[in-house]
Design a protein around this ligand. Structure first.
Ligand code: GLU
Length: 489
């Protein structure tokens, strides 16, 4: 039997980190087994659904490289793939269960049900339906329907057996009979309940493995009862642990960004994010390694390595991982993928052509936790420094006769040809020697004058990209504005 799994987001927001992880696990499982990955949109919550969220979920999945074999825009033989278009299928299943006597109409009013619930709670019993309408005869029920009474549909279950399943993520899970009752499968407006729709869809789409967040565990016994009523074979269930913030509470906005698109915009690489997410709640056979390509993960992914308990979202680790991926990008890729973030810098592209821009990006390869950081790192390539770092100025004053040194450097650089790393380095060292000072005493003030900063890429590379004219002009501007005079030493 070939594997069929599904990812079933509700379009009530952008693709959430937790949902993305569920999607990734399903996708990896499908690809590992050469199976089918189905995307189904659970858009029955009329008030909270928005078509733009469906779009953004699809975009988020594409960004992560999660291609689906059946679903919106892909088609397939088990459609429609939007729940809102599957109403006739739910109605048909409801009608069949009624015909077969596996479901019965319940006329109990919400007020009556609430009163029963309160009584049960007061008696410290589990609230459950007391079975009032269970024993109505077919004729009686029909008479009340004909008289225009509103009714829900409930499944008739056997009350004496627990519901138990071998969860592929959690081990054996059992719900005692007291926890279960004749659950509602259609509301009085005729619409199916959430659990009923999910099961009709999973049966209709021939889903073999239901892999989802552990927040759905309490739905599973109800769904199992629905499978039984429908006479459909059960799929395997695998519930995966919730994603937790650093304080071990359920991940929320308070812990940082919770939607995938925010990570994309912040300059995380999809492949780094994918790798990171896979390790949240799943552990590779060789857990001394952390960096895995998508292909490797497809090869290694099995449900028996899903971990049973909370997976902590460690934002620092994600940044570290992203940096590893950035460092490993081929130069052209790094350039191309940094471009949107470079373009955001006021003054872009300045005097730089593609070759210089490519070198510029390369300067920051080892320093970017995210691609977006280049916007801040590289600002001074496109704008004259507006101010000079104060500590840097204090430090620069340790250079004896600072103005003369900067002046000598400017004069020397004006003659360097070609204006590339090695000749630049030779010029800087010659200036230091000429004045009888260490190279650092030239390098630090020079960096400050050129960038306003005390840190950055190697000075000689930086100068080469900035170009001779800009270097000389900035050294002169530094001399003219005499910023060191404002520093009390
Ligand atoms: N639509 C549900 C959700 O977004 C998923 C249902 C399921 O996986 O069974 O949480």
């Amino acid at each position: 039997m070939s594997v069929r799994v599904r990812f079933a987001p509700s379009p009530t927001g952008n693709l959430h980190v937790g949902s993305a992880r569920t999607a990734i696990f399903n996708w990896l499982f499908a690809r590992h087994h050469g199976g089918t990955f189905v995307l189904r949109i659970e858009d029955t919550d009329q008030e909270r659904n928005r078509p733009e969220y469906t779009r953004s979920i699809l975009d988020g999945m594409r960004w992560l490289g999660l291609d689906w074999d059946e679903g919106p825009e892909a088609g397939g033989d088990h459609g429609p793939y939007f729940q809102s278009e599957r109403l006739p299928l739910y109605r048909e299943a409801l009608a069949r269960l009624r015909r077969e006597g596996r479901a019965y109409p319940c006329f109990c009013s919400p007020e009556r049900l609430e009163a029963v619930r309160q009584e049960q709670l007061a008696a410290k019993a589990n609230p459950r339906y007391d079975g009032t309408c269970r024993s109505l005869s077919a004729a009686e029920a029909q008479a009340r329907i004909d008289a225009g009474e509103r009714y829900a549909l409930r499944i008739r279950i056997e009350h004496d057996e627990p519901v138990t399943w071998e969860d592929r993520g959690k081990g054996t899970i059992t719900f005692a009979p007291e926890m279960l009752d004749d659950l509602v499968i259609a509301k009085s407006d005729g619409f199916p309940t959430y659990n009923f729709a999910v099961v009709v869809d999973d049966v209709g789409m021939a889903i073999t493995h239901v892999i989802r967040g552990e927040d759905h565990i309490s739905n599973t016994p109800k769904q199992i009862l629905i499978y039984r009523a429908l006479g459909a074979p059960l799929p395997e269930f695998a519930h995966i642990p919730m994603i937790l913030g650093a304080d071990r509470s359920k991940m929320s906005k308070r812990h940082g960004a919770t939607s995938v698109v925010e990570y994309e915009k912040a300059g995380f690489l999809a492949e780094a994010f994918f790798n990171f997410m896979t390790l949240l709640g799943w552990s590779p056979p060789d857990d001394s390694r952390e960096i895995y390509s998508q292909q490797e993960l497809v090869r290694l992914f099995t449900l028996d390595r899903v971990v049973a308990h909370g997976a902590i979202f460690d934002a620092e680790k994600l940044k570290w991982m992203n940096l590893q991926y950035i460092k490993a990008l081929p130069p052209d890729d790094l350039y191309r993928r940094s471009m949107p973030f470079l373009e955001a810098i006021p003054g872009f592209p300045g005097p730089y052509g593609p070759a210089a821009l490519r070198e510029l990006v390369g300067l920051f390869r080892e320093r970017m936790n995210t691609l977006a950081e280049i916007t801040r790192h590289a600002e001074y390539f496109f704008q004259e420094p507006e101010a000079y770092d104060e500590k840097g100025l204090k430090n620069a004053l340790k250079t004896p006769d600072l103005p003369a040194v900067v002046d000598a450097l400017a004069a020397r650089l004006a003659t360097v040809e070609p204006f590339t790393h090695d000749p630049i380095e030779a010029a800087v060292r010659a200036v230091a020697e000429g004045r009888g000072i260490g190279a650092g005493k030239v390098i630090h003030p020079a960096r400050l004058a050129l960038s306003g900063r005390t840190e950055g890429p190697g000075l000689f590379e930086l100068m080469a990209v900035l170009g001779r004219d800009r270097c000389v002009a900035r050294l002169r501007a530094f001399l003219d504005s005499r910023p060191w005079e404002s520093i009390q030493s």
